[in-house]
Design a protein around this ligand. Structure first.
Ligand SMILES: [Fe+2]
Length: 238
């Protein structure tokens, strides 16, 4: 019985070969940034995320330059695989921040609405390669095969067998040294850290714009380059 499936979500991952060399220095830099950040705003059951605490520009911090260059080259690989003509596109790291997940902490479902591509790198993962320290979970909000919307709700038992045609989540085991890249709009979260140690990762938000000189027909679909923008005058001055 032929049965085709269509419209895949593309999630890229790569294990960075030099990760072990950088683990100690990255961990120290992240924990130092956490200690110097603003007063904690996260709920106790939620991981500490730099973007909520004034630590969202690690891409400009030289302590992270190795990883920034890795992110850049792998995002280019990813976008190339997606079929883009990158001679017409500029890419920017818009913001980048650490996430520190202590025992039993998680990251609730969300998407990165101000970016186009997101990346996460696992600096330190206890029990790496297992689900113990919390899985990155992608949620399928399109549910193309849920023929009666809501049929897969946890309030029903009508879906008798979960399989690849009705799955609504995809989980990635946290793996030290791994970089994962995905569309920023894809809703995701992280399951609780059930180990006794810290899971430390870094998140990146990347924006695509049209490259200067490639305006024809593009700007309705791709942001013009920021160098073409004009900021309002002195509306903030009194
Ligand atoms: Fe996220």
């Amino acid at each position: 019985m032929p049965l085709d499936t269509w419209f895949p979500l593309a999630v890229y991952y790569h294990d960075l070969s030099d990760s072990a060399l950088h683990k100690a220095a990255l961990t120290k830099a992240i924990l130092d940034l956490e200690a110097s950040g603003s007063e904690p705003r996260n709920f106790p059951e939620m991981a500490w995320t730099g973007d909520l605490h004034g630590v969202e520009r690690i891409h400009t911090d030289p302590r992270f330059s190795w990883l920034v260059s890795q992110v850049e080259s792998h995002v280019i690989n990813y976008l190339t695989e997606l079929g883009l003509d990158l001679s017409q596109v500029d890419c920017y790291i818009q913001r980048a921040w650490p996430v520190v997940s202590r025992p039993q902490q998680e990251v609730g479902p969300h998407s990165h609405n101000t970016a186009h591509v997101s990346a996460v790198y696992y600096v330190a993962v206890p029990e790496s390669g297992s689900d113990a320290a919390g899985c990155l979970t992608f949620f399928d909000d399109a549910r193309p095969n849920e023929v009666s919307p809501g049929l897969g709700s946890e309030n029903t038992d009508i879906v008798a067998t979960w399989n690849y045609l009705n799955q609504d989540q995809a989980l990635y085991l946290p793996t030290e040294g791994r970089l994962i890249i995905f569309p920023a709009k894809q809703r995701h979260g992280v399951t609780p850290n059930h180990t006794e140690d810290l899971r430390i990762s870094l998140s990146f938000d990347i924006v695509l714009t049209a490259a200067p000189g490639h305006a024809a027909g593009a700007y309705e679909f791709l942001m013009p380059p920021p160098t073409h923008w004009r900021r309002f005058g002195n509306h903030r001055s009194s």
